[in-house]
Design a protein around this ligand. Structure first.
Ligand SMILES: Nc1nc2c(ncn2[C@@H]2O[C@H](COP(=O)(O)OP(=O)(O)OP(=O)(O)O)[C@@H](O)[C@H]2O)c(=O)[nH]1
Ligand SMILES: [Mg+2]
Length: 310
């Protein structure tokens, strides 16, 4: 059983050595632990520090491609290098690497496909943003109430091969929605986190992050729950449209058909736009089925490639 610990990095020269050295190399149930650094075009000494601190693999992008894109590439790179389980952690020393055995246990016990390291009871830097993200994901995406923003997670090889990353910003929300869509089993375990005072590499400023992450969550709700999203919007318009139309018809038949033409126009507009939303939901749902087929084909191709290399 081989574990590969992935660390996506963008300018992490300050803390990366501490993180790599804290990763336990002996873990019960695991025969081999390796560390893979995916450097995303860092302009500081991240690559040299990674090598000096004992990383087994260092892969570099020529230029910065963003966390979500690099995360998917890092999962594939770990699978190609023979990982049976992949743990993702961050390069800023935010997470306690000694909690790794607890993070792995549910996968080793075959009780989970993905284990989420939860900071629920702890003080985190972006606590309020995380709470908002979590509540949107619970209410609108129908997700259980996880710590949705944590990067400290373990993935079984099968889960890592299957999950989709439908984002260009952060991978944390899209991967959970994809896992839920794929009916993978997710388990949360409490992990420690440490305060980090270096500026975030991901969050340029809070409004920019709310815009990018918020838009990303909405887009993923449209991808994974189109009928729910457009259906609710549609009915929010169709129902008042019908009430207003009923009122118009009442006056039409009781008061001889004069007046109230504005309410007729509003009612018809609401009903038409609402109907378009329901149709969009149905179309989105059909597109969702072809996405599932494409994901399944991609998974089978990856499996064939792996078997060929054996
Ligand atoms: N590959 C890649 N990694 C990045 C990028 N931006 C940030 N990272 C890495 O992703 C991880 C998380 O980034 P952070 O800067 O710690 O994000 P944060 O705002 O602290 O968010 P949390 O750690 O989740 O609280 C770190 O290991 C970063 O080095 C990027 O553009 N590309
Ligand atoms: Mg961080």
């Amino acid at each position: 059983m081989k574990l590969i610990v992935n660390i996506p990095c963008y300018n992490e020269e300050e803390n990366l050595a501490t993180v790599i050295k804290e990763i336990p190399r002996q873990i019960p149930g695991i025969d081999q632990v390796e560390v893979l650094i995916y450097d995303d075009g860092s302009t500081d000494r991240t690559v040299e520090i990674a090598r000096e601190a004992g990383a087994d693999y260092v892969i570099s992008n020529k230029k910065n491609k963003g966390l979500a894109t690099t995360f998917r590439a890092a999962l594939d790179a770990a699978i190609e290098r023979g990982a049976d389980i992949i743990v993702n952690t961050d390069g800023d020393n935010h997470y306690d690497q000694s909690k790794m055995p607890e993070l792995l246990k549910p996968i080793l016990d075959k009780k989970a496909d993905i284990v989420i390291g939860s900071r629920k009871n702890l003080e985190t830097k972006n606590k309020n943003l995380n709470k908002i993200g979590s509540s949107v994901m619970t209410r609108w995406a129908g997700m259980p109430k996880y710590d949705v923003s944590t990067g400290y997670r373990a993935y079984s090889k099968e889960a890592a091969m299957k999950i989709g990353v439908y984002s260009l910003h952060t991978y944390v929300h899209t991967t959970l929605m994809s896992a839920e869509d794929l009916k993978l089993t997710m388990v949360e375990v409490p992990i420690g986190d440490r305060p980090v005072d270096r500026p975030s590499r991901l969050i340029k400023n809070v409004p920019d992050h709310i815009w990018k992450a918020g838009w990303n969550i909405v887009r993923n709700i449209v991808i994974f729950r189109p009928l729910r999203f457009f259906g609710i919007l549609g009915f929010i318009m169709i129902l008042p449209g019908l009430v207003i139309l009923g009122r118009f018809l009442y006056f039409y038949f009781t008061q001889g058909g004069n007046g109230h033409i504005q309410s007729l126009i509003v009612a018809i507009m609401l009903i038409i736009v609402g109907y378009i939303n329901v149709v969009l939901g149905l179309l989105g749902s059909s597109i969702g089925w072809s996405r599932k087929v494409s994901e399944d084909i991609l998974y089978r191709v990856k499996k064939l490639e792996l078997d060929k290399d054996k």
